[in-house]
Design a protein around this ligand. Structure first.
Ligand code: PBG
Length: 345
């Protein structure tokens, strides 16, 4: 079979615009930038602690005195936002460490703001790291009780705002928490503190490694009575719309890669920023394969983050933030070097 004459094209040549790196770069629809990344930090009690999380190679629990060095490292990478989780020294049935004015997250916010006022500090608002049973709220007859938990969440959010958090991110999936938190923030004078709600958060096995990192595995049972069923997409839209009606300024879809359809549907439906959480299990799977030499980590991660952004994410919460930032900087450096090596005539 012979190709049609060049003057009479009878099929479309998509490959023309893929021929060189320069052309591909020119027509690329989705670009990753360091501005897209939010880096999660696990802050623990004690001093001088930098404890590796075994199921998440490269991720550490840090004590508060380690935060200035960490902030410096983030600044070097150009990362502009962090999401804080706390591991308290003691846990109880009422999660009192969560709303303690001098709790681990509250003090971490102060420590970060003392060295860098510009870094955007978002705090995770949930009880699971603070309850002795590991559930996200108050237990009544062995069930997570919705309405009594709202009060704790609201107190927690206010204490984070008082410490200087730039935004609070409720991740508990109680009904009415955005409403309760907005009311409490406003009543305490924090009318300018945004709520970034984990609106579409699924009951996912991909959170496994996180629960090691945050020491928040439930002692019994699971989180399926409040986190969403993986089979549901329409319900995610209802959750998102409800959270926005209650006062959410931005929403999160979580996990990311297995839920790109949900992310795209949410993006199409609402105008607020939509964040995606590339969660611990997603990180650990890629890390494990990379450490075994089974995949090209850099390419897999950049492809994954690009896909998350292509699906509609305004920003991505990812444990890969620093490495991805470094890879992007390396690419930009290589492109500059290539331009210098082949000057125009
Ligand atoms: C709850 C919370 C969880 C994650 C973020 N916030 C765990 C859970 O719901 O069990 C998971 C994040 C991850 O897996 O990276 N505080």
């Amino acid at each position: 079979m012979t190709a049609p004459e060049a003057s009479e094209p009878s099929f479309r040549r998509f490959r023309r615009l893929r021929r060189t790196a320069g052309l591909r770069r020119l027509v690329r629809e989705t670009r990753l930038a360091v501005d897209d990344f939010i880096y999660p930090l696990f802050v623990t009690y004690g001093r001088g602690v930098r404890r590796a999380v075994p199921s998440m190679p490269g991720v550490h629990q840090l004590s508060i005195d380690q935060l200035p060095a960490e902030v410096e490292d983030l600044r070097r990478h150009g990362i502009g936002a962090v999401l804080l989780f706390g591991i308290p020294e003691t846990k109880d049935a009422w999660a009192s460490g969560a709303y303690d004015e001098h709790g681990v997250v509250q003090e971490a916010v102060r420590a970060i703001k003392a060295v860098d006022r510009e870094l955007v500090v978002i705090t995770d608002v949930c009880n699971c790291e603070y309850t002795d049973h590991g559930h996200c709220g108050v237990l009544i007859d062995g069930e997570v009780a919705n309405d009594p938990t709202l009060e704790l969440l609201a107190r927690t959010a206010v204490s984070h705002a008082a410490a200087g958090a730039d935004a609070v991110a409720p991740s508990d999936m109680m009904d009415g928490r955005v409403w309760a938190i907005r009311r409490a923030l406003d009543a305490a004078g924090f009318t300018q503190t945004p709520i970034i709600s984990y609106a579409a958060k699924y009951a996912s096995a991909f959170y496994g490694p996180f629960r090691d990192a945050a020491e928040s595995t439930p002692r019994f049972g699971d989180r399926r009575s409040h986190q969403m069923d993986p089979g549901n997409r329409r319900e995610a839209l209802a959750e998102v719309v409800t959270d926005i009606e209650e006062g959410a300024d931005a929403v999160i879809v979580k996990p990311a890669l297995p839920y790109l359809d949900v992310l795209a549907a949410v993006r199409a439906r609402v105008e607020v920023p939509v964040l995606a959480y590339h969660v611990s299990g997603e990180y650990s799977m890629v890390k494990a394969a990379a450490l075994n030499g089974w995949i090209d980590e850099r390419q897999v991660v950049l492809e994954t983050l690009t896909a998350i952004k292509r699906a509609g994410a305004t920003a991505v919460i990812t444990y890969y933030a620093k490495e991805a930032a470094q890879w992007l900087a390396d690419e930009a450096g290589a492109a500059r070097a290539a331009a210098v090596a082949t000057p125009g005539d």
